[in-house]
Ligand binder design. Sequence first.
Ligand code: HEM
Ligand code: SF4
Length: 551
Amino acid sequence: MYAYDEIDRTLVNERVAEFRDQVKRRLSGELSEDEFKMLRLQNGVYLQLHAYMYRIAIPYGTLASNQLRRLAHVARRYDRGYGHFTTRQNIQFNWIKLAELPDAMADLAEVGIQSMQTSGNNMRNVTSDQWAGVAPGEVEDPRIWAELLRQFTTLHPEFSFLPRKFKIAITASDHDRAAIKIHDIGLRLKKNEQGETGFEVLVGGGLGRTPFIAKTIKPFVHGHDILSYVEAILRVYNQYGRRDNIYKARIKILVHELGIEKFAAEVEEEWQQIRDGVLKLDQGIIEDIRSRFFYPAYETLPHMPEELKQAAHDPKFEAWRKNSVFPHKVQGYAIVTVSLKPIGKPPGDATADQMDALADIADKYSFGEIRVGHEQNLALPHVRKRDLPAVWKALEAIGLAIPNVNLVSDIIACPGLDYCSLANARSIPIAQEITRRFANHDTANLIGRLHINISGCINACGHHHVGHIGILGVEKNNEEFYQITIGGRADEGAVLGTLIGPAVPYAEVADVVEDIVEAYLALRASPEELFVDTVKRLGVEPFRERVYATR
Ligand code: HEM
Ligand code: SF4
């Protein structure tokens, strides 16, 4: 956990007071919706189909139990009793009333939660691995660096009006759980030959209308230089980014148009001017941030406690354990992923009651800590292995012991036409239907790891380009159609999926997914070959044939 200091608390409180005044002026008519727009966007407030939508940042996905309880309170008191966890370690509330928003903000500010820069053309929430600090084998806790960048970029004058929104993600593990290759800047923590900590810096990734996988701009930037290097990238982007055309304004387009070599040369030139200036981090600053992260007082525990051996006789527990429980860097502990993907429900939603109960479970079994991951699931980062059966029972009592992590029903989906004013098609009902088709756990298990990602329009909030199966809603003659891509992935081997053929109507999407899965089961070289690997080996053609043979 990280302890905010007085500067943060003052800043957030001032923001709330300022926004309260802005809302008052909007409600009295003194400000038009147009005038209000800029002001609300800087605080994560959108105007959507039915209501204002409020987006709150969860820096590097780390939440304390009292913070989760406060989110539950906001859901219950100001919204319709639930919240929606998104792919960028944010939570969104869809039905909040404008007049009550300042109160909700003030309630959140009390526990150190805020929404600054969760929309608008600025630096968004800096995201990281949801297992940061507990994943075995990571170089070091990437949140220390995420926090440094958070402080550096919050209300940074030059980064407040960028050509377009800007997203940074950091990982410190070989397996990338932060999807760094689809971010404007991706940082991979590593050590150089001298054993010094630094970063491989990637740039120009992003989804949306024109998707790109990020390219490496520099294989190693020393930790002390990371702020100046990021600043150099942003200066070049700020100078050359296409402010004249919103569709070409993201840094990915600039990198693509200039070419990575030319872009890198520009950045290098800028960096040389500033690298030895005020942004050079001295070790004291890094250590100060490090000292504000608290880690639990772990006990010395057996690797395989009796309680776990006993519980292994229960097939339901085992089914859950096999896909929800992951190794922890401390012996005797485990990381538990809490799936927010119940069969037939909107992916990523949690009710106020579930949030409260999870906060209690975290207090009892996970040192009061909860994490939010980019797959729209939560995690309990420090569970004693002997407590796993009890955690499972507690999760089952609130409908969250769902044994589908990484399986076909662990779907990422954007809100689509149910909430979003930009949508062309529904996403949530498609996700619900697919989860119903694959509700049988044995079938899902037989299929193995398969990520389905759904977006309701080209903006790609549901990451459809990098889904193993990607589903994109498009509109044709006022009807909802869906384009299907396969073979995408968002991890260290990130690639964009390939379109398999013409778009299909709403009613056929789940059938098409079933066809693709059946084709995979028939084509895979062995039960160990993952869906994405079969697609990589064979290409899309056999899948295209299977899907369109009868259509
Ligand atoms: C209903 C409210 C929402 C609105 C109006 C909205 C709007 C947008 C827009 C306009 C873009 C395209 C930006 C660009 O390419 O420059 C975008 C991208 C994105 N949004 Fe949303 N979004 C919403 C909800 C969400 C949700 C719920 C999620 C997560 C589940 C999400 C995650 C993302 C991500 C990951 C991207 C892709 C970023 C990239 O280009 O790399 N958004 N959103
Ligand atoms: S992908 Fe489109 S429909 Fe879905 S949330 Fe984003 S903007 Fe809305």
